[in-house]
Design a protein around this ligand. Structure first.
Ligand code: DLL
Length: 434
């Protein structure tokens, strides 16, 4: 069995890796300066030239990139290649309903598959495996991202996508899936559902789980491993940077190796935005140094964690990030889908029948996330008949679901029933214990 997918890159010395990073960093900065007016303007404003950026030490001179920058240049303004060079487009949700759009050249897609293949091999998979991908296929990067890596590895891929748990379990059993890729909460749900569909963990052949797209705890890992009889790995990524396989843990399970030949990670203080040393918690910032279509400079992920460059027992030199434990903004991840309270608010503001008071309640019921939006109705509507309320409820539910792309419950409540706050309104009550 292969220990590494790309032994040269994964085990080169720190000095070699640093030299490679510096080379690629310089080329990336030069490229965005030449090809992306948004970056050129930003750099010119602070009097920075590409030649000022030579090594990782210089990163801190560069301006940050945020989701807002991507929205301001929607859809293609940050692309560093003409559209004819773009082979695939993905998108993730944004606060105003406007998506952040990402483009990959053919070479970027190959890089993505390579990073994913490295992750699968790091988890112990090889070409004899049968990989069931239950991440969503479509604009979300989970499905196609995991798929590309499994294919590059030479494994047999089952593009199962999400939903229909009975069918997932039947496929798992009948097709003999050995690797499962999905969100950790869905893995737990699958584990719980085995019995319901007349199956036990002895009837399935899973040995590896590659789970990510949302935060999860070591306790959840233990539960999933127990219910499905596999070894679970934590895979991290975000569509702006690549999708799944920016980083993942190895068999030592002591943090997630960031593929540093392609992504330069930094941790910055969430208040001052100053870089922090190894081991300190802050916001993860990533600069891509090996991408063509959409290279991003110091992208603020809003994910909170820390980084270590200490040697790892697996032999890989690439730095490790801690599990992501939270976010520095108000983004929620519900069944793997990114949800901003402001998206819901924008729907509510369209309707005159409701007051601008709402609360989002997120619970985990049978290991699945359930979102309920409680909304106050206006005095006028409330004095009307109940049928009116039901209609409004259904209309809002359909509208919110179409904006977010996930199902939810909508509950209309009496005027003045939602607690008012004297400071910041408390819009989200997250009851999930994970
Ligand atoms: O969730 C990409 C992905 C798909 C990663 C499948 C892993 C597996 P986005 O939809 O852009 O991309 O959401 C990115 O999800 O900034 C984190 O907040 C969160 N996230 C992703 N992986 C993890 C993880 C995909 N392993 C956002 N642990 C990120 C905690 C994660 N949070």
């Amino acid at each position: 069995m292969k220990k590494y997918w790309n032994p040269y890159i994964e085990t080169m010395s720190r000095d070699e890796l640093t030299a490679l990073q510096n080379l690629r960093l310089r080329a990336t900065v030069e490229k965005v300066y030449q090809n992306v007016s948004y970056y050129r303007d930003k750099m010119q404003k602070i009097g920075l030239l590409p030649a000022d950026i030579q090594t990782a030490e210089d990163l801190k001179k560069l301006p940050f990139t945020t989701k807002q920058d991507m929205r301001d240049t929607y859809p293609y303004g940050l692309f560093a290649e003409p559209l004819e060079a773009i082979s695939r487009i993905h998108a993730s949700s944004g606060t105003t309903g406007k998506q952040t759009v990402v483009g990959y050249t053919k070479r970027d897609l190959d890089l993505w598959s390579e990073c994913m293949a490295r992750c699968l091999v790091m988890a112990g998979a090889d070409r004899t495996d049968i990989v069931q991908v239950c991440y969503g296929y479509g604009l979300f990067t989970g499905g196609l991202g995991a798929h590309g890596g499994a294919e590059m590895l030479g494994a047999a891929v089952i593009p199962a996508s999400t939903g229909n748990t009975r069918r997932q379990i039947t496929m798992m059993k009948d097709f003999g899936s050995t690797v499962l890729c999905c969100t950790p909460s869905y893995a737990l749900f699958l584990g719980d559902s085995l019995k319901e569909f007349g199956c036990s963990k002895d009837d399935i052949r899973l040995k590896i789980g590659v789970f990510g797209a949302e935060p999860w705890t070591p306790k959840m890992r233990a539960e999933i491993e127990d219910r499905l009889g596999l070894e679970a790995f934590d895979i991290y990524g975000l569509s702006e940077i690549l999708g799944p396989s920016v980083s993942q843990d190895c068999k030592c399970h002591q943090g997630l190796h960031v593929w540093e030949d392609s992504f330069m990670p930094e941790i910055v203080d969430t208040e001052t935005l100053e870089p922090l040393p190894d081991g300190e918690r802050g916001e993860l910032v990533i600069t891509t140094i090996n991408k063509e279509g959409l290279p991003l400079i110091r992208f603020r992920t809003r994910d909170i964690g820390s980084i270590t460059h200490e040697k790892c027992g697996c032999g890989r030199v690439h730095a490790r990030m801690s599990k992501v434990t939270g976010r520095s903004d108000d983004m929620l991840i519900i069944r793997g889908v990114n949800v901003f309270p402001s998206q819901i608010e924008s729907v509510l503001l369209e309707s005159s029948e409701i007051a601008p008071h709402y609360q989002i309640i997120v619970e985990r019921v049978n290991n699945l996330d359930l979102m309920t939006v409680e909304i106050e109705v206006s005095e006028n509507l409330f004095s009307d008949y109940v049928k009116g309320l039901e209609d409004t409820e259904n209309k809002l539910k359909a509208r919110i679901e179409s904006v977010l792309g996930i199902t939810c419950k909508v509950r209309l409540t009496e005027p003045k029933s939602i607690q008012r706050s004297e400071g910041k309104a408390k819009r989200v009550i997250d009851k999930r214990i994970i």
